[in-house]
Design a protein around this ligand. Structure first.
Ligand SMILES: NC(=O)c1ccc[n+]([C@@H]2O[C@H](COP(=O)([O-])OP(=O)(O)OC[C@H]3O[C@@H](n4cnc5c(N)ncnc54)[C@H](O)[C@@H]3O)[C@@H](O)[C@H]2O)c1
Length: 350
């Protein structure tokens, strides 16, 4: 039986990866200390998701470990000797990082370093998949000329018709402290590949979503807006006329790609992973789609000031992933994503 270790296993991507591989006969170990509840308060608590994994996935082993605990990480990896490590634990919020800079850097950069070094010392033949972010490009995507359409911004330059590729520079732009700590991790993962030969990749996520997200105002916009709609809460729009565009990928499609990479691993790769143009929407378009599904009007407030360094229009170009892993494709449409998010919250709020 093959063994994998998933960090952040109670979160959106981590829990999906545990389910995906456990269903295919892998022994799944998860590391999560519910730091999301500390970052975002009770709304960010992921205990419910951990309990569901423990109920649904036979053989799943949960470890209440902080990835900042270097000795603990070294010990665990030496003990369980995973063939695959999927690293999803993070301080994931662009905005929160400024108020908790040490925590942000210690978790995102140093935590990643702890895992890389533990793998190199204990299981150097293992495959290491790191969840990075499109925020490593900082606000450089905002330098692409845009055209304003009725409900969204779009790229005016046809060179970006398929979205933003991995060729975009990660340098000399405004990242937020979160983006900078994720750059540190992303570059270190690549370096462990180039320098030590580790089989590894960084997945630079657009908007990752799904019903397992514990969405909060500062992270997980689709999950959070569905929750606001169902609970009659106010949703705040930060700048850009509500026409800012995100490309949304369901967590199941992320897990599907990780399976492909683990089966035919490469070294030091970076991939932009999102929903692509087909799964892109603006905030205004997302409001309309959710309102149609729930039959309820979302209460919104417009705040003129955009979030510092926030992308105006971000669509991931998926062609490198598809060239390296032919046949991998998006299986969950935007309509599926909205429907599953609504059903997920309806069940949780009962
Ligand atoms: N969700 C998105 O839209 C998105 C977009 C781009 C990139 N990403 C990246 O993908 C990864 C997964 O994101 P997600 O949405 O699943 O996040 P999430 O917050 O749902 O899950 C992360 C989990 O990690 C745990 N965790 C945090 N710090 C920890 C620590 N020090 N030790 C152990 N556990 C810890 C949290 O408790 C949480 O359960 C992150 O690296 C994030 O930056 C996410």
């Amino acid at each position: 039986m093959k063994t994998l270790l998933v960090t952040g296993s109670s979160g959106l991507i981590g829990s999906e990866v545990v389910r995906h591989f456990a269903a295919r006969g892998w022994k799944a170990h998860g590391v999560d200390n519910n730091l999301r509840a500390d970052f975002f308060g009770p709304q960010g608590d992921t205990t419910w998701n951990r309990q569901q994994l423990q109920r649904d996935c036979t053989g799943f082993a949960h470890h209440e470990l902080d990835i900042r605990n270097r000795e603990g990480v070294l010990r665990l990896i030496a003990e369980i000797r995973p063939e695959l490590l999927v690293h999803t634990a993070a301080q994931p919020s662009h905005d929160l990082a400024a108020s908790r800079p040490y925590d942000d850097f210690d978790v995102n950069a140093v935590g990643t370093m702890n895992l890389l070094e533990a793998v190199r010392r204990g299981v150097p033949e293992a495959v290491f998949v790191h969840m990075s972010t499109n925020k490593v490009y900082g606000d450089r995507p905002n330098t692409i000329p845009l055209v304003e359409r009725e409900t969204r911004w779009d790229y005016a330059d046809p060179a970006y018709a398929n979205g933003i590729s991995e060729a975009m520079s990660i340098d000399q732009s405004k990242h937020s402290l979160f983006g900078a700590s994720k750059v540190a991790a992303d570059v270190m993962v690549q370096e462990y590949g180039r320098y030590f030969g580790l089989r590894c990749c960084c997945l630079r996520g657009g908007c990752l979503t799904g019903p397992s997200h514990s969405g909060v105002e500062l992270h997980g916009f689709l999950s959070y807006l569905v929750k606001c709609n169902l609970e009659g809460r106010l949703y705040r729009i930060f700048g850009y006329k509500g026409k800012q565009v995100r490309d949304n990928i369901h967590s199941a499609d992320v897990a599907g790609f990780i399976e492909r990479f683990a089966a035919e691993p490469r070294s030091s790769e970076v991939y932009n992973i999102g929903g692509g143009r087909g799964n892109s929407c603006s905030l205004l378009e997302a409001f309309a789609a959710v309102e149609e599904l729930t039959g309820k009007k979302l209460q919104t407030e417009y705040v003129e000031q955009n979030r510092a360094g926030d992308h105006i229009c971000y669509i991931s170009d998926l062609s490198k992933m598809q060239a390296h892993y032919p046949g991998w494709t998006i299986t969950k449409s935007l309509a599926d994503i909205f429907t599953e998010n609504v059903r997920g919250w309806q069940a949780r709020l009962k």
